[in-house]
Design a protein around this ligand. Structure first.
Ligand SMILES: [Fe+2]
Length: 397
């Protein structure tokens, strides 16, 4: 286990109906808010109504910016930053899934720090600009997936370059997050399933790629995986199951908060690969993760068989005593879990073929690669490794 420093500065307000506290929580940071959210969807109109009612009751003036698309673009973020400054807002309220919250983070921090959102992302071709601060953010997650409501990260897409990247800054960790299961209850099963798999991937990224051991991090992670495995099927079967929605929402928040990586920080290879998939094709990040996960686990099983085997035994009831064999069994167990919930997907299901694989592999190496042309992972990922993960996701064989 290595030394670490960790804090969770976000005030988490959890519970059905707690959206009613949005106005008071926001007012602590300013009397005028830019409300950043997704484009209007009739089934989700009640969410915005409840948010606005609470803000109004608290006397907070609101300007609505409802242009955030899935995989938010640099253009959307930059436009939002300009609007924030023009309208004289003092605080950003993010209402939506990871896309809306990530966009809100760029809007708040770029409005403060200047320039364009793309100046700050991790790219091998430039030195990222440093944030100098951020306006405060209050987050209201309406999808359980990204955990963006309690962390420093944010992913954006450059639609001109067809590239997706990220930046992190403690300045823009939301000051408060209101996690209200009632707001999540109307999500359709497909979004619930893909979001659940994204949570699972967040939980296993560091678990499988860290070089050090930290039993407490492993146990935190395993607890959340087992919780997710118990409640995700319930939420898929009955979206209005608020207990299930709440448990999953907390897995999303704590599963990408750093709690899952205390003392053994690794890297995020599955995310490195997926980002270019959903940059090139119109699919959500969660759907991309769902598609890539089994093939990734299969291809890299022998990169750290003891880690793979530990996860297989503790969370997927694999009893095989030999690490190498147990590691190889993990991918099948995860695929079976996904199939059992009806959320298993392949690229073929999305109508995606191999024609952009080479381009995506080159983009991944260019963005996240090291000097030797490999990408950090449990072991360094060569181009052929990444190509193999894409090939296994095709689902045509
Ligand atoms: Fe993710």
């Amino acid at each position: 286990m290595h030394a670490f420093e960790w804090s969770l500065p976000t005030k988490i307000i959890f519970g059905p109906g707690e959206i009613k506290r949005l106005g008071q929580e926001t007012k602590a940071f300013g009397s005028k808010a830019l409300l950043v959210t997704f484009a209007p969807v009739p089934a989700a109109a009640f969410i915005l109504e409840r948010a606005l009612a609470s803000l109004k009751e608290a006397g907070v003036k609101v300007v609505i910016y409802d242009k955030v698309e899935p995989n938010p673009s640099v253009r959307t973020c930059d436009e939002g930053s300009r609007l924030f400054k023009e309208c004289g807002a003092e605080v950003v309220v993010a209402v939506g899934g990871g896309s809306a919250i990530d966009a809100a983070k760029y809007i708040a921090s770029v409005a403060w720090s200047g320039g364009s959102a793309w100046d700050y992302v991790v790219l091998s071709t430039h030195t990222p600009r440093q944030y100098t601060g951020s306006y405060p953010i209050v987050a209201v997650p309406t999808v359980s997936a990204a955990g963006s409501e309690v962390n420093a990260g944010g992913v954006i897409t450059n639609t001109d370059l067809k590239l997706k990247s990220f930046s992190r800054s403690p300045y823009r960790i939301p000051k408060a997050a209101i996690i209200d299961p009632e707001l999540i209850a109307s999500l359709p099963p497909a979004v619930t399933g893909d979001g659940g798999v994204d949570i699972f991937c967040h939980l296993i990224e560091h678990y499988l790629s860290a070089k050090e051991n930290s039993e407490i991090a492993d146990r935190f992670t395993e607890a959340m995986i087992l919780t997710l495995k118990e409640y995700l099927p319930r939420a898929l079967e009955d979206g209005s199951d608020l207990e299930a929605r709440g448990q999953i929402a907390l897995c999303a928040a704590f599963g990408w908060s750093g709690l899952q990586a205390l003392g053994r920080l690794g890297t995020i290879p599955i995310h490195f690969i997926e980002h270019q998939l959903s940059a090139h094709y119109p699919m959500s990040h969660g759907r991309g993760m769902t598609i890539l996960l089994p093939g990734y686990l299969d291809h890299f099983a022998q990169a750290a068989p003891a880690r793979w085997a530990k996860l297989a035994r503790r969370c997927f009831a694999i009893t095989e005593p030999d690490d190498a064999k147990a590691a190889t069994m993990l991918a099948g167990a995860v695929a079976d879990w996904l199939r059992g919930m009806g959320v298993f997907r392949t690229l073929a299901d999305e109508g995606v073929g191999p024609d952009k694989f080479e381009q995506m592999v080159e983009d991944i190496v260019a963005m996240y690669g090291t000097a030797d042309g490999t990408v950090p992972g449990t072991r360094p990922m060569a181009r052929r490794d990444i190509m193999e993960v894409f090939n296994r996701a095709l689902g045509t064989s």
